[in-house]
Write a protein that binds this ligand. Sequence first.
Ligand code: NAD
Ligand code: IPM
Ligand code: MN
Length: 354
Amino acid sequence: MKKLSIALLPGDGIGMEVVPAARKVLEKSAAAAGVHLSFEEFDWGSDHYFRMGQMMPVDALERLRAHDSILLGAVGHPDIPDHITLNGMLLPIRRGFDLYVNERPAYLYAGVESPLRGYEPGAIDMVVVRENTEGEYTNVGGFVYHHLPEEVAIQTSVFTRHGCERIIRYAFDLARRRNLKRKVASITKSNAQGYGMVLWDRIFREVSAEYPDIETESLLVDAAAMNFVRRPASFDVVVGSNLFGDILSDLSAIVTGSIGLAPSANLDPRRNAPSLFEPVHGSAPDIAGKGVSNPLATILAAAMMMDHLGEPAISASIEGAVRAVLADGKVLTADLGGRATTAEVTAAVLANLA
Ligand code: NAD
Ligand code: IPM
Ligand code: MN
């Protein structure tokens, strides 16, 4: 029997609701396929910070490395500054494991209403490929005259040829694998950011020459934001820097119904380290603890995880169950216009697993 071990990091807020939901779906779907999943759950996050003064222990990455994959809920607490929680937990894993791809699909499922008029199910079908280890998130900088009246903050973006090339190449390969519109749109702001993003644009042109079968467009991020609303159906694979990919993936999530439906995969395509799967959304303190969060983003992230781990049939069965629940439309959380709880949606997915 094939065995896979999964590290669970529920983290904060609704992360503690949606990760247990996804675990149930993984357990049932894997058992039906004859795959043995073992789980190790880590109680890292803001509660750990309140107890121990750090979000996760110093040997966290070493302990995670022992697993095939990581499923994370969310990080962020209203009583701790976000740069402390996020630089204490999620970001060090992305950086430390060099998970340089952040793949964020957005698909308009049947039964889900887009806030944009006139789109049929499946008409919006895109993937934001976000550079995940450098760019605006490099965390290089510092304070001068810290907390004095004349204080100065420096925050540097770092764009490397190595970093741009590998994420752009990944986007082209993905457009070939998807074999849908066979298009890659590259997003920068090279009219104002005259170094890093100029390098990105040049590398995009160079790499695109190796993929004559893939159509390309290069957009400035402001126009791209407009076009995600004006012509979302025209996009296939969209590749952008860390920050632009972050922002545009909230936009692609909402034009396909809800951030409660948007999954994400932080990948090391070379497989030197375990990849990390999570919803696009955060800890949602406004609804945390009420049992009403939508678990489907995390359940779809679990499906992406099974695909990455060489179990496409399990992945397809999970996605199929989610599709069935959405199409049926009777058991939906409030973000999708329903009144169901997290537990009810999870039960509906479990009931629909083939
Ligand atoms: P958020 O994604 O947590 O919430 C934005 C809005 O969407 C809220 O109204 C929330 O209720 C709603 N929402 C999000 N997920 C939902 C779900 N599954 N079901 C139903 N509704 C859902 O973003 P935010 O409010 O900007 O951030 C809250 C905290 O989360 C902050 O501390 C932030 O830093 C953190 N954050 C963490 C991650 C992560 O861990 N990957 C991602 C984004 C934000
Ligand atoms: C995301 C989140 C994180 C990011 C934050 C919480 C640091 O918004 O995963 O989209 O910007 O990467
Ligand atoms: Mn985000």
